[in-house]
Design a protein around this ligand. Structure first.
Ligand code: CP3
Length: 354
């Protein structure tokens, strides 16, 4: 199958469908490439906007969110755009105010069953109409598909209960043991709200969706089986009829792959801790997305390109969407991102070596 075309002067034209075809399980001539956090603070043009607008203001103003989404596409020939927003977006409309400093801070974290009972469950059109509007604006301009996204219930609940990001979410994990009924009520509400919110994004023009379960990996298998997987499954199942490819991301979660392998997601986005050929055996039938260590983008160009080639070779055993194992780091030189994206474009699958 050929998904790339060449125009009159021989330059490669990005077929609109390369990312979507690959996400649906077709391995094309090359891996499509996009990067988590491809918009953001490592780009001077983002920092310039950020000087004039607060983070929530940027997210809630469709013209600004669309502009920030498009910034990396103007610099790099990426094969997909991810809409500029945050996984915290549904919390304020549910009744949980969130500040950014620069990570999310919840001044009144949820603690009691009554706190959870009080939460609103806004419908898909009520959560964040500005995200739908931003998607429409990007669709009108971008040549590549737009990815919608949301946080998975377990990860968003972790922030809402812990009150901020954490390396181990100990407070949240203790709460799951102390208040399992309230936890299930919270996850239940988050699953409903998240499903509606993602369906709205698809209606607005998102052609793929990614569910970020960034902190799933801090839970053991039993905790994930009880509080994580069933709610991620509900959200993903709730999108099945749309036909849009579903990407599920978890970080540091190799111990959960037996459960993740059974989730109704076409694509699994994996971190850099294991090579893709090893991950492929653990996630049979899944398209893999990943998994260059984002730290490598801070290294010398020669080392960066060698590491990226290794990822491309290790990904050849099946459909592969090139990405990082997690988001672009703040100090990343944009020139290194340009080198990386060019390398992925020029890399040709080695027939017979997989
Ligand atoms: O380009 C993109 O990836 C699209 C935009 C995007 C943002 N957040 C913008 C943002 C996406 C997809 C997210 C998702 C997100 N937000 C996740 C899941 C991905 C992951 O990293 O695992 C998580 C855990 C969050 C929560 C969050 N929001 C954190 C931890 C932070 C702290 C700072 C940081 O950059 O890591 C934020 C703030 C945030 N979200 C910024 C951006 C560009 C930085 C805000 C600033 O400019 O100061």
């Amino acid at each position: 199958m050929t998904t790339t075309e060449t125009d009159a002067d021989g330059t490669e034209v990005r077929a609109r469908t390369l990312f979507l075809d690959t996400a649906r399980g077709l391995a094309g001539d090359r891996a499509p490439v996009w990067l988590m956090r491809q918009a953001g603070r490592y780009l001077p043009e983002y920092r310039a906007l950020k000087e004039r607008h607060a983070f929530w203001e940027m997210c809630r103003t469709p013209e600004i969110a669309a502009e920030v989404t498009l910034q990396p596409l103007r610099r790099f020939p990426l094969d997909a755009a991810i809409i500029f927003s945050d996984i915290m977006t549904p919390l304020p409309p549910m009744g949980v105010p969130v500040d950014f400093a620069p990570g999310p801070v919840i001044r009144s974290p949820l603690r009691s069953a009554a706190d959870v009972a009080r939460l609103a469950t806004p419908g898909g059109d009520e959560v964040a109409p500005f995200v739908g509007e931003a998607i429409r604006l990007v669709r009108a301009e971008a040549e590549v598909p737009v990815i919608g996204f949301a946080g998975a219930p377990l990860t968003v609940a972790g922030y809402a209960v812990q009150g901020a990001g954490s390396s181990d979410y100990a407070e949240f994990r203790a709460w799951l043991h102390r208040e399992p009924r309230a936890a299930h009520d919270l996850l239940d509400k988050l699953a409903d709200v998240t499903t509606g919110y993602l369906r709205m994004q698809i209606e607005a023009g998102a052609e793929a969706v990614q569910l970020f379960d960034s902190w799933a990996g801090v839970h053991d298998r039993r905790g994930y089986a009880t509080f994580g997987m069933p709610y991620a499954r509900r959200v993903l199942d709730g999108l099945a009829d749309t036909g849009v490819p579903r990407v599920y991301l978890a970080v540091g979660a190799a111990h959960l792959y037996p459960q993740i392998a059974r989730l109704p997601a076409e694509v699994v986005s994996v971190d850099w801790r294991q090579p893709l050929d090893a991950v492929r055996a653990a996630l049979p039938g899944k398209v893999l997305q990943g998994n260059l260590d984002p730290a490598v983008l801070l290294a010398e160009p020669g080392d960066l390109l060698a590491a990226a080639r290794r990822v491309l070779r290790e990904g050849q055993g099946g459909p592969h969407v090139f990405n990082l194992g997690h988001g672009v780091l703040q100090g990343t030189p944009p020139d290194n991102v340009a080198r990386l994206v060019d390398l992925v474009h020029d890399f040709v699958r080695e027939e017979g070596e997989g």
